[in-house]
Design a protein. Structure first.
Length: 368
C-alpha cells in the first residue's frame, strides 16, 4: 500500500532490486535513504515490505513485482531514482530491462524527473536492448555511474546529460573497527566464505578452493563461517558442494553457517574474521569497511575492479591457479588488515553519488 503525502511534501520513488533478500541491494538502499535531503518522502519498490521498513519505518512501499502497482504509484511522485546496482542489463532477462526502461519512459512522459544513481550499464547482449537503452536513457535528468566502463559506454553512445563516475555507493556506509587480532577463540569467525553459485567452477575447481581453505583453517586453528549473502541463491551452496564430495571432512567439522540478515550483523561477523574470501561485490566492500583481511574471488569484472581499487589480491575464477599457488597467496593475507588510508580515499570518491543526488533533488524541491 502506498501512503499519500501532502502536496507540500515531495515524494521520490526509489526503484531497485529491494526486499529480495540480497544484502547487497539492501546495503545500497540503506545508503540511498541516508543520502536523501530532508523533506523528501521515500516511496520504495520492494518485494518483502517488512525488510524495507526495517531500514525506514516511515517509508511508503509498493510491490516491485507488480508493474501495474508500481506504475500507479509512479504517477503520484515528484521524482524517480533508479537506485544502485546494475538494473540496465539484459543478462538476467530482457523482461527485467523492459521493466525498468518502461518506468523511465512513463516517468518522462508524465514530466517526472529521473535520476540514475550508482548505476552500472550492461551487459546488453541483444541489439534490441542496446537500442532501447540508447533511446530512453538520454531523457533522464542526471546520472552517477559506479564504474568507468559504464561511463565510457554512455559517452560513446553520446548520452548528453550531467554524468559522473564514482566508486560503488556502498563504500559510503560507516566503517567498523577490526577486532580479529584481539578477540578470543570463541568470538572469532575465522575464515569467512561469502560465496555464490557460478558456472565458472566445476567440481574440480570447487574442490581446489575448499582444500586450500581446509589447510589454512587447520594450520591457524580457525573456524570457517559460510555466509550466505543472498538467501535464495547462496544458502544451498554448502549442501550442494557436500553432495558433490567437494567439502573435506575436517572442513565440515569446522564449518558454521550464517545467513545475512542485516548490515550490522554482517559487519560484526567480518570485524571478527581472520580472513574473508568474498565472491560477491558488496561482501568485498563490507569486509573492507569492517577492516577485515581479505582476498577476493572474481566471477564478474565488477568484483575484480573493486578489488583493484582497494589493492586486494584477487583470483579470476575463469583462470583458477594451482592449489599450492593459491595457498601461498591466501596465506599472505591472513591477519593482514587493509590500509585505512586507501579505504578513506575510496569513501571520499563514493560520496560523489550522494552529492549529485542531493544537488538534483534540492533543485527539484525548489521548483516544487
Amino acid at each position: 500500500m502506498v501512503v499519500r503525502r501532502p502536496k507540500t511534501d515531495p515524494v521520490v520513488m526509489l526503484c531497485g532490486y529491494y526486499g529480495e533478500h540480497n544484502l547487497g541491494d539492501d546495503a545500497l538502499l540503506s545508503v540511498l535513504l541516508g543520502e536523501l535531503p530532508s523533506g523528501w518522502h521515500p516511496c520504495i519498490t520492494a518485494f518483502d515490505r517488512n525488510s524495507v521498513l526495517q531500514l525506514r519505518s516511515t517509508a511508503s512501499v509498493v510491490q516491485r513485482r507488480s508493474l501495474v502497482a508500481t506504475a500507479r504509484a509512479l504517477m503520484r511522485v515528484d521524482a524517480l531514482v533508479l537506485g544502485g546496482g546494475r538494473l540496465l542489463q539484459d543478462s538476467t532477462s530482457l523482461k527485467s530491462l523492459i521493466y525498468y526502461l518502461g518506468l523511465l519512459l512513463l516517468a518522462r512522459c508524465k514530466g517526472i524527473p529521473v535520476i540514475l544513481w550508482g548505476q552500472g550499464l550492461g551487459p546488453l547482449r541483444r541489439r534490441v536492448s542496446r537500442s532501447l537503452v540508447r533511446l530512453v536513457v538520454p531523457s533522464v535528468t542526471s546520472i552517477s555511474w559506479r564504474d568507468a566502463g559504464s561511463l565510457e559506454m554512455a559517452r560513446r553512445w553520446q548520452i548528453r546529460v550531467p554524468m559522473l563516475m564514482a566508486a560503488d555507493p556502498v563504500w559510503s556506509y560507516p566503517n567498523q573497527p577490526w577486532q580479529g587480532d584481539r578477540c578470543g577463540p570463541a568470538e572469532r569467525t575465522g575464515i569467512v566464505l561469502c560465496w555464490r553459485p557460478t558456472a565458472l567452477l566445476d567440481q574440480a575447481g570447487w574442490l581446489c578452493l575448499l582444500q586450500v581453505v581446509e589447510r589454512l583453517a587447520e594450520q591457524h586453528q580457525l573456524p570457517v563461517t559460510w555466509l550466505a549473502f543472498h538467501q535464495h541463491q547462496d544458502s544451498m551452496l554448502p549442501t550442494t558442494l557436500e553432495e558433490q564430495d567437494c567439502v573435506p571432512a575436517s572442513l565440515r567439522r569446522r564449518s558454521r553457517f550464517e545467513t545475512a540478515q542485516s548490515l550490522d550483523q554482517v559487519l560484526g561477523l567480518m570485524a571478527r574474521a581472520q580472513l574473508v574470501l568474498p565472491m560477491r561485490l558488496h561482501a568485498l566492500i563490507l569486509a573492507q569497511l569492517a577492516g577485515a583481511p581479505c582476498a577476493a574471488l572474481s566471477y564478474d569484472p565488477k568484483v575484480a575492479a573493486a578489488a583493484g581499487m582497494a589493492g586486494l589480491d584477487c583470483i579470476d575464477l575463469a583462470h583458477l591457479p594451482p592449489g599450492d599457488q593459491l595457498e601461498r597467496r591466501w596465506q599472505a593475507q591472513v591477519m593482514r588488515p587493509p590500509s585505512q588510508v586507501a579505504i578513506e580515499a575510496i569513501k571520499t570518491d563514493a560520496a560523489k553519488h550522494g552529492e549529485m543526488l542531493r544537488k538534483t533533488l534540492l533543485s527539484l524541491a525548489a521548483m516544487h
